[in-house]
Each structure stands twice: as structure tokens, then as C-alpha cells.
Design a protein around this ligand. Structure first.
Ligand SMILES: *Cc1c(COP(=O)(O)O)cnc(C)c1O
Length: 370
């Protein structure tokens, strides 16, 4: 929707990430002013805001279709009192990341990959954030000393083939800092690929410049996991950002979170997943919401995700289908879930399957029988 500006930006300003950053809303008042609504209407968001502050660029706000708080864009960026009121069962660190951290900033849970937390600065405060526990903390960007420790750990653990560079958002780091991190990680012979996790392509696509893309591609082969949750987030600004990254040789995948009232229906997710392919982004994961304090009201239940995946299979390109997954408590790891398609055996012992159209058919065995 058209935003209300004190001074309307020029096209050049709109496409400049620094302008977006400097004009970001930090309070309910500022966000309401952009949307032309009276902040009194948002009285039921105040306690949510004081627990978890707001931060959103004009660009992301402009993706809303109306100033209603039910809008799928606004649900992802405007606080709600549900963030403090309906949080039973939620934990600050539901995935026990802190317990799986051998050296500061590194989470090493799976044998061949480790996750690096580079800072806590982001281009958007996602209301469903799984690291909300870090919002209130002062966290400096990764220092040279911490990086040295991380590199020493990686050298001593050559089974780590892949480093996930996350945050916060690594793409919000100063360029010199990002370059230093990429060089340090890439100097470890056993590290084969870098995977960046970022919401910048979605929340601040203007930040993706050829220069930034060249930095990302300057070390070991680079993959970037984006975070798009709704088809309305796929704009021409995003198209430009994805083109720049693709041209630089950065491979793109997407991780969505299944969010109540945002994308919890097959039509919305089907449109998101198929549209991502046009931008050369492969849908990788659809995550069920973790039981995170401050984000419990977004959870749908696993059954809902399975139903949606079942409604999408066969109907949209197999390339467009992500894996539906969730994380077990206490850092026990990810579980991928598939809708049940195998229905036992027929009278001849042949396994029975439910097709995408709902027909039940035996699969012939022949000499492949085991
Ligand atoms: C999700 C995650 C990974 C990556 O898992 P993939 O299945 O390879 O995407 C690695 N480390 C940690 C700590 C994770 O939470």
C-alpha cells in the first residue's frame, strides 16, 4: 500500500538500503504513521512492543495491503500482546543452542556442519524469531579474537564440511567484517562450503549490491538460505536482488516458517513456492514453528503442515516442494515429515500407496521383491 511520508522519497532513495535503514520504524507510533492509522488503535500491541521492540523498514511495511493487523505482512512485523500473553510452553532457547556451543558463537550439533552466530543485528525484527532471546542483549559483531577461536576449532574438527553463517543477519555486518569472516572460514582447508542465512533479500533487498554479492562469493562456494514466507514478499526489488546474487554465483534456497494467519494454507504456500522458482530460488525447508517464548501464537500444529504438504504434492512442481521439518527439543535435531502415503499391503502382499489424487494403488513387486 501507499505509505504516508513526511517527505516522499525519490526512486533513488527508495532503492538505497541506507535510506531504508535510516527511515526504519522503531516504534508503534512510527509504523502507524507510515500506514496512516492512529496508534491508539494498536493499544493491544503495547506490552508486546515493550517485551520485544519493533524494527521494520518502509520497504517491508509497504508490502502490506491494508493497515489491518491481520495482514500477513503486518503480522510478521508489528508486535502483538499475544507475544507476552499466550506463551505457555515456550522457551527462550527451545533448541538448546547454547548447550551445543563448544566455543563462543559456534553451535556444533551435526557431524559435518556447524552454525556461526555473527551478531544480532537484523534488517527486520521478525515477530516469530527463534532467537528473540538475543534481542535484549548487547551483542557486538564477531570479534577477531572470537573468530580465531572458531577457526582453531574448525581446524581441529575437519569433519565440519559446511559452516552456516547466521546471526542476527550476517548480511547486515559491515562489509569489512563480513569479508574478514569469509576469508577466515575459507582458509580452513576442510571447510568446503559456506551457507549464509539471511532475511535481507526479503526485508531489505536494496542491500544486495553487486559488491556485497562479490564479497559473499569471494571464499568457498557460497549458498544463501533466504527467508520468504508470503508470495507478496516477492517484488521487483527482490527479483533484482536475486538476479545479482545468481549472477555472482551464489546459489539460493529458501526456508519458510509455517505461521498461523500468515501462510497456513495450501493456496498461499503453493503460490510462494512456485514463484520462488521463477526467481531461481529453490524452496528448501518449510519449518513448523519452534516453541519459542514470544512466538507461540504463530504455531499451527504439525498436522496442519502435513495437510498442506499433502495438498501440494503432485499439484505443483516437485522442484517447488520444500521438506516439511521441525526441531526436536534439547538440540536433538531436525525431523523431516512426509504425509503418509503408504497404506499397508494388499492381499498379494504388494504395498499400497495413496496417489496425489487420492486413489489407492498397489505397487507391483516382480523380481525386485525383497
Ligand atoms: C538446522 C541446522 C543446521 C543445518 O541443517 P540442514 O538439515 O543441513 O539444513 C546445522 N546446524 C544447526 C545447529 C541447525 O540448527
Amino acid at each position: 500500500m501507499e505509505l504516508v511520508f513526511r517527505e516522499k522519497p525519490t526512486a533513488n532513495q527508495w532503492w538505497d538500503w541506507r535510506w531504508q535503514w535510516e527511515h526504519a520504524a522503531h516504534t508503534l507510533e512510527e509504523a502507524a504513521a507510515y500506514l496512516g492509522v492512529s496508534p491508539e488503535k494498536w493499544g493491544h500491541c503495547r506490552r508486546g512492543e515493550s517485551a520485544y521492540p519493533l524494527f521494520v523498514t518502509p520497504y517491508y511495511l509497504s508490502l502490506a495491503e491494508s493497515p489491518s493487523l491481520d495482514d500477513p505482512i503486518l503480522r510478521q512485523c508489528i508486535p502483538s500482546d499475544a507475544e507476552v500473553d499466550c506463551q505457555e510452553g515456550g522457551e527462550a532457547d527451545a533448541l538448546s543452542e547454547e548447550a551445543c556451543s563448544p566455543v563462543p558463537r559456534l553451535v556444533h550439533r551435526y557431524p559435518d556442519r556447524a552454525l556461526l552466530v555473527t551478531g544480532n543485528l537484523c534488517a527486520l525484527h521478525c515477530r516469530h524469531c527463534m532467537r528473540k532471546r538475543d534481542w535484549g542483549r548487547a551483542m557486538a559483531p564477531l570479534s577477531q579474537g572470537e573468530l580465531t577461536q572458531v577457526v582453531e576449532y574448525l581446524r581441529a574438527h575437519p569433519q565440519v564440511r559446511e559452516v552456516l553463517v547466521s546471526g542476527g543477519d550476517p548480511l547486515m555486518l559491515p562489509e569489512a567484517n563480513l569479508r574478514m569472516i569469509i576469508q577466515a572460514l575459507s582458509s580452513v582447508a576442510s571447510v568446503e562450503i559456506l551457507r549464509f542465512g539471511s532475511r535481507v533479500p526479503c526485508a531489505l533487498p536494496q542491500r544486495i549490491t553487486p559488491r556485497l554479492a562479490a564479497i559473499l562469493a569471494s571464499g568457498k562456494p557460497a549458498w544463501l538460505a533466504c527467508h520468504f514466507n508470503h508470495p507478496r514478499e516477492l517484488t521487483r526489488e527482490v527479483q533484482a536482488a536475486c538476479d545479482i546474487l545468481n549472477r555472482a554465483g551464489v546459489c539460493l534456497v529458501n526456508q519458510s516458517v509455517l505461521l498461523k494467519g500468515v501462510n497456513d494454507d495450501p493456496e498461499t504456500l503453493g503460490r510462494l513456492f512456485t514463484s520462488l522458482l521463477r526467481f531461481h530460488v529453490k524452496p528448501y525447508y518449510l519449518f513448523h514453528g519452534d516453541p519459542i517464548q514470544g512466538a507461540m501464537h504463530f504455531r499451527t500444529g504439525l498436522e496442519k503442515g502435513l495437510q498442506i504438504m499433502d495438498q501440494l504434492r503432485g499439484r505443483i512442481s516437485g522442484l517447488a516442494l520444500p521438506a516439511f521439518a521441525f526441531d526436536l527439543p534439547k538440540g536433538a535435531g531436525k525431523i523431516r515429515l512426509q504425509p503418509e502415503q503408504c497404506l499397508g499391503k494388499d492381499e498379494n502382499g504388494a504395498p499400497l500407496f495413496r496417489s496425489w489424487q487420492g486413489n489407492v494403488l498397489p505397487y507391483p513387486q516382480g523380481c525386485g521383491r525383497d
